[in-house]
Design a protein around this ligand. Structure first.
Ligand code: ZN
Length: 464
């Protein structure tokens, strides 16, 4: 299994620290506003990668986080006159509602930054004791001159980097590029207290949160640390500096960075008027088209959302799904088995694995799936598959779909109009319109389904 390591800029073999197990950490969202479709890129692409590693037999400890304390969150919660906790839970509910539709497997663990402030405080103390960090009037800063590898991951030229570009300017800093690891408490902001009172009350810097969560969750070097290309600098660069300076160990074996999403060749932004939320995209294109669209581009490449690329995704997906639907509808043709079938299946999996083993070359891998679909369609046209062979082919598609996750092989017994009502009810609850939420619940019950609220949104079951 070969993976491109952004740190060395080379493809290398995956050699997990513990044989048979892969530890993987993916930087998660900051829940300050409704997620847009770009937020789904890392979620969907690392879901594919995790599923493929599991298919290869690895036990994957897939950990992600929620940055539930941040400058933007403080500002927006203040503007909207709600608590930061309320803001976070509102956005996380929306996100979970969407990821469920996109068929994202639940992470092994989701860590919330505010639960790890004690670890941030401990690391800050250690960094100060070791001389890597120093105290200014507004916070504690990391001195990058003490960490010679700073800049190696991103390859940024620190001399050419303008002061203040992506790093807060503070005239007192030793090096203008030094970054904050602990921000001192200001009025109107949440703050935490150091039980040993060695550092003043305050809150963690963003980069420090990930370092502290990783330190708490993993005891050794992590096999894979992943995130969007936009996080390479300064976020991941700072994570490496803090963690390695603090504990004198190799922080990460393989760094993976995913390409980002553009809309018709441009960056998505409110000012360009091309902003599309994740729930809008799912509604407009269907969840499986969104999943297919985001997965079918190599994880390191950018995706461009435009009419043509979405049409291509729709057409490709329906070619695959039509084949599945034909198989499910067919009873098979008796005494007319196809001798080619075994070789076709072998060829499919050999080709798929060969490409995925090569830094998750999904286009190459999907090429083999489409060839197999061409074969299955012609075998069905020629009435060549017996009912037992139809079962075999369906089971092979199920194996593939455990990795790809965009095919619908077993019909859900929850009709779309019931799921729609449940979504409307969830939105009503988020908007605190409990009267509407209750009436939608009654409608769902009338239709013969039970609905239960769970952490990730809701669960619907047919009434027994
Ligand atoms: Zn992070």
């Amino acid at each position: 299994m070969k993976i491109f390591n952004s740190y060395t800029r080379q493809v290398q073999d995956l050699v997990p620290v513990i044989e048979g197990k892969v530890s993987m950490y993916v930087c998660g969202p900051t829940p300050y506003k409704e997620p847009h479709i770009g937020n789904a890129v890392p979620v969907v692409r690392y879901d594919l990668i995790r599923r493929y590693l599991e298919f290869k037999g690895y036990e994957v400890n897939f950990v992600t986080n929620v940055t539930d304390i941040d400058d933007k969150m403080i500002n927006i919660a203040n503007e909207r006159e709600i608590t930061i906790k309320e803001l976070a839970s509102e956005v996380i509910t929306l996100l979970n509602n969407s990821t469920k539709k996109l068929n994202i497997n639940e992470p092994t663990k989701t860590l919330y930054a505010t639960k790890f402030v004690d670890q941030v405080i401990s690391m800050t103390r250690i960094l100060m004791q070791k001389g890597y960090a120093y105290k200014l009037s507004d916070g504690i800063y990391f001195n990058i001159d003490k960490f010679p590898d700073y800049g190696k991951l991103s390859g940024v030229n620190l001399n050419e980097l303008e002061d203040g570009s992506r790093i807060d300017v503070n005239q007192e800093k030793i090096n203008p590029k030094d970054f904050v690891i602990w921000k001192f408490h200001k009025d109107g902001e949440p703050g935490w207290r150091d039980p040993l009172k060695q550092i003043p009350d305050g809150r963690p810097g963003w980069h420090m949160e990930c370092s502290a969560m990783i330190y708490s969750e993993f005891t050794d070097t992590i096999d894979i640390h992943a995130g969007g290309q936009d996080l390479t600098f300064p976020h991941h660069e700072c994570e490496i500096a803090q963690s390695e300076a603090c504990f004198d160990f190799k922080f990460v074996n393989i760094w993976m960075h995913n390409g980002l999403l553009n809309i018709s060749g441009e960056k998505m932004s409110k000012s360009l008027g091309n902003f599309i939320t994740l729930s809008e995209a799912i509604k407009k294109f269907s969840p499986m088209v969104v999943r297919y669209f985001l997965i079918s581009t190599h994880y390191r490449s950018p995706s461009d959302l435009n009419d043509e690329t979405i049409d291509n995704a729709k057409n490709s997906l329906s070619r695959l799904q039509n084949c599945i639907d034909r198989l499910i509808a067919s009873d098979g043709f008796d005494n007319n088995d196809d001798s080619e079938l075994d070789a076709q299946i072998q060829n499919l999996f050999d080709g798929f694995v060969k490409h995925m083993d090569n830094d998750f070359d999904i286009s190459g891998a999907l090429g083999y799936v489409f060839n197999f679909v061409t074969y299955v369609n012609s075998a069905l046209d020629q009435e060549k598959l017996s009912s037992s062979n139809i079962e075999v082919v369906i089971s092979k598609f199920k194996e593939l779909n455990a990795i790809l996750g965009f095919l619908i092989i077993e019909k859900s017994d929850i009709p779309d109009h019931v799921t729609d009502l449940a979504d409307q009810r969830l939105n009503a609850k988020i908007n605190k319109d409990y009267v509407l939420a209750d009436s939608l619940r009654d409608k769902i019950l009338e239709l013969g389904f039970d609905i239960k609220d769970i952490k990730k949104g809701y669960e619907i079951k047919k009434k027994s």
